[in-house]
Design a protein around this ligand. Structure first.
Ligand code: E4P
Length: 218
């Protein structure tokens, strides 16, 4: 399972990258807006930090405009992945971009039918949003299970399921059990995955016992 960081904060990526856990990054216009930083600079800095894909989202709403923006975004670095919304125009742009050899992440996916369309259009990734479905009283994880089943029914579809809008460690546990290809998660959730109270108390005990021996390894 690949882990992407879901952030537009370059320092968050820099802080986590040496763990070896970060396979890529996803951004969106709202995340960029929150930082107040220049989008191009942000994407360039992130692309320099990670080897894997860094998703940068188009903001045009017509296919040709999305294509033009996507091609422009791809000039920032070779690991830019063009993020396109799941609309009919977005699917057209996905087809155009993928035919031209550009990787595409189709975002704002809320149904397995939409995910099937994204795959047929040539998306490298589809981004189903779990948390936003939970927010309206639905089960976002059910959507991931459905898409997993649909994609497994048609092995010729090569699109990877990039689970997005992840809010907590329970989401992560379930995503791994379902078999999501990628999870894009906030740095906080990645750090929360490390924690277990028995790890903390166990380590405390080991260190106290070791100190009592008076020995040192180095
Ligand atoms: C990532 O690609 C998505 O844009 C992001 O996960 C959305 O998360 P949110 O629902 O917390 O805004």
């Amino acid at each position: 399972m690949k882990f992407f960081l879901d952030t537009a904060i370059v320092d968050e990526v820099a802080e986590m990258v040496d763990t070896g856990l970060v396979d890529g990054v996803t951004t969106n216009p709202s995340l960029i807006a929150k930082t107040g930083a220049d989008m191009r600079d942000t994407i360039a800095a992130m692309c320099a930090l990670v080897d894997g894909p860094v998703s940068a989202e188009v903001t045009a709403t017509e296919a040709q405009g999305m294509f033009d923006e996507g091609v422009h975004l791809r000039t920032i670095a070779e690991n830019v992945c063009v993020k396109v919304p799941l609309t009919l125009e977005g699917l057209r742009a996905t087809h155009m971009l993928s035919q031209a050899g550009h990787p595409v992440n189709v975002t704002l996916c809320f149904s397995s039918n939409q995910a099937l369309l994204a795959a047929k259009a040539g998306a490298s990734f589809v981004s189903p949003f779990i948390g936003r479905l939970d927010d309206i009283g639905l089960n976002g994880l059910d959507l991931i299970s459905d898409i997993r089943q649909v994609y497994d029914n048609y092995p010729e579809l090569e699109t990877e399921i990039l689970a997005a809008s992840i809010r907590n460690v329970v989401h992560m546990r379930e995503l791994a059990l379902i078999g999501a290809d990628v999870a894009t998660l906030p740095a906080k959730v990645m750090k929360d995955m490390v924690k277990h109270p028995l790890t903390s108390s166990g380590l405390e005990g080991f260190l106290a016992d070791w100190k009592a021996t008076g020995q040192q390894i180095l």
